[in-house]
Design a protein around this ligand. Structure first.
Ligand code: HEM
Length: 175
């Protein structure tokens, strides 16, 4: 990425620190205040759910089990609004992976590319649990298994550090 493109990505991320408004998903009146989460291919609800999770990432916790053929994760939150966003996000995004409908959200991880390309070969089970969601995903394709492992680690990084993890990934991968 050249310097100009890099600066425009950073500009997309700036509103996180300059705006305090919290989006409301699932209620009709959705306001997404982080432009880096907006895409023509994603609904406002989808972007708002991700924004809520970023803004309140400190309420989230997570355990990841690496299986030889995939992952099993349990992600929890202490905040009921975050829980609703999390459950909806996971169900919706896993559904998108299965059908190959990439939302092309500007800040999304490149690890997702192969998952969207080969998603029809992933077996996914999403189970709401008290306070969050459990996900099991398996595949017979070793490259997909590698991507599932990597993506699970990336989600853990988001849960632990929020948008700082995104800033760091974009900086690290493009300079
Ligand atoms: C704080 C921010 C976020 C949190 C807490 C979060 C959480 C999760 C969780 C728990 C899963 C289920 C898979 C797993 O447990 O490893 C998941 C899947 C997914 N997330 Fe997020 N996510 C976040 C941000 C994003 C962003 C910015 C995108 C951009 C598009 C995104 C796209 C996806 C996709 C496509 C999947 C499905 C992956 C698959 O089926 O293999 N997530 N997310």
């Amino acid at each position: 990425m050249n310097l100009q493109a890099c600066l425009s990505v950073i500009a997309l991320l700036i509103p996180l620190s300059t705006q305090a408004q919290t989006p409301v998903a699932h209620g009709g009146d959705v306001t997404v205040t982080m432009p880096g989460l907006v895409s023509e291919q994603a609904t406002e609800d989808e972007s708002a759910e991700i924004e809520i999770m970023f803004r309140r990432f400190e309420t989230l916790s997570r355990v990841v089990e690496r299986l030889p053929d995939g992952i099993r994760t349990v992600t929890l939150t202490t905040d009921p609004e975050v829980e609703a966003a999390l459950v909806s996000h996971v169900a919706g995004m896993v559904g998108r992976v299965t059908t190959g409908e990439d939302p092309k959200i500007p800040i999304q991880s490149p690890t997702l590319d192969i998952l969207f390309l080969r998603g029809s070969g992933i077996d996914s089970v999403v189970e709401p649990v008290a306070g969050g969601v459990a996900v099991t995903q398996t595949s017979a394709d070793p490259e997909v298994v590698q991507a599932l492992h990597r993506h699970a680690d990336e989600v853990t990084d988001l849960v632990e550090r929020g948008m700082v993890a995104v800033h760091e990934r974009i900086g690290t991968h493009n300079h």
